[in-house]
Design a protein around this ligand. Structure first.
Ligand code: TXA
Ligand code: MG
Length: 317
């Protein structure tokens, strides 16, 4: 583990990256910082390692995982990227975008990691430590968020260690995650319009500027089977779109407020996204009777924030 600052001690980090790559080769799990959230990484081609990820998270069923690779050439080796995929890759990779596409090399990402589907989810992350680990390891790495199932995704090293540290053979400290929400997931399947499966910090408008109008994913839950209600729930019940809270409740403000929990005092959506999961956890630690969240505008990045909040509140299946 480092010191919470991804920029210092380059020599120490180089050997930590090597140790983490060796742990992956040995079938072990690695706590991996990305620009979105911390992941629990394993060798995508090793079914036993992938099974250990599901076990460590306590996932109720085998939801498919995202294969993380170092660059777009590596993506083309495992998935079939059409013109739309190439355009999205050029616009947003490395970065917080995941593309679901037909699988090309079924051996590179084990059946278990794909939950038996003939498609694969792929992403080229932008965080320097995830890039360094992927380069050192050389193959695709699955990395679901490093939380135990049903808990908020970890966005700091300490939260990741608290969630799945005991199950990991190595851990890389990349500091606080810049984005703070999981990647945008878009499906590009032959003969179908591009489909938004999970909103994220690459917004609907940004995607549509590249691939044209998106199809709705709502009627299509089985294409992204990981999206369960209460997926992001803290221990306290969550209510959203409220202006005030009772004294025994924790209020997560957005914009000017006296509340000790404020997603963004200036009303900045990127700041609110980066703070969301860490602040849900911080509020939860005060053992409130409920966590009450201020209204968040539903435009741009707000769509992804509200998606996660509705899930935390149990509104979405
Ligand atoms: O930002 C992120 O994406 C983080 C970091 C660590 O990279 N990872 C992450 O992974 O959020 P996970 O496993 O928590 O979410 C994967 C999502 C799930 O909603 C899953 O259902 C969907 O991607 N998915 C994976 N493979 C799929 C496939 N073949 N078809 C449809 N959806 C798929
Ligand atoms: Mg997750």
């Amino acid at each position: 583990a480092g010191n919470g600052d991804g920029q210092h001690q380059p020599d120490g980090q180089a050997s930590e990256v090597e140790r983490a790559a060796a742990a992956l080769r040995a079938g072990g799990l690695v706590i991996l910082p990305t620009e979105t959230v911390y992941g629990l990484a394993a060798d995508a081609a090793n079914p036993r390692a992938v099974a250990a990820v599901y076990q460590a998270k306590g996932r109720p069923s085998f939801n498919p995982l995202i294969a993380h690779v170092a660059d777009v050439e590596a993506v083309r080796r495992i998935a079939v990227l059409d013109e739309r995929g190439e355009a999205l890759a050029a616009a947003f990779w490395p970065g917080p975008l995941t593309i679901v596409a037909p699988v090309r090399d079924a051996g590179a990402v084990s059946d278990l990691a794909r939950a038996g589907l003939d498609t694969v989810a792929v992403r080229v992350p932008g965080h320097p430590l995830s890039r360094a680990l992927l380069a050192a390891f050389g193959g695709p790495v699955v990395a679901p968020s490093a939380n135990r199932s049903g808990r908020p995704s970890p966005t700091t090293y300490a939260d990741a260690i608290e969630e799945t540290g005991p199950a990991s053979a190595a851990a890389l400290d990349g500091g606080a995650c810049r984005v703070g929400l999981e990647s945008t997931v878009v499906a590009l399947l032959p003969g179908e319009p591009a489909r938004l499966l999970r909103p994220g910090s690459v917004t609907r408008a940004q995607l549509e500027a590249v691939v044209g109008p998106l199809a709705e994913a709502e009627a299509d839950a089985k294409r992204s089977p990981g999206r369960l209600a209460l997926h992001y729930a803290p221990d306290a019940p969550v209510r959203i779109n409220e202006i005030t809270a009772e004294p025994d409740e924790a209020f997560l403000a957005f914009g000017r407020s006296d509340s000790p929990f404020n997603l963004s005092p200036t009303g900045d959506l990127a700041e609110a996204a980066a703070n969301l999961f860490a602040m849900l956890r911080a509020a939860d630690r005060t053992k409130p009777s409920a966590i009450v969240v201020a209204p968040i505008p539903d435009e741009g990045l707000g769509e992804a924030i509200n998606d996660r909040l509705k899930r935390a509140a149990g509104y979405v299946g």
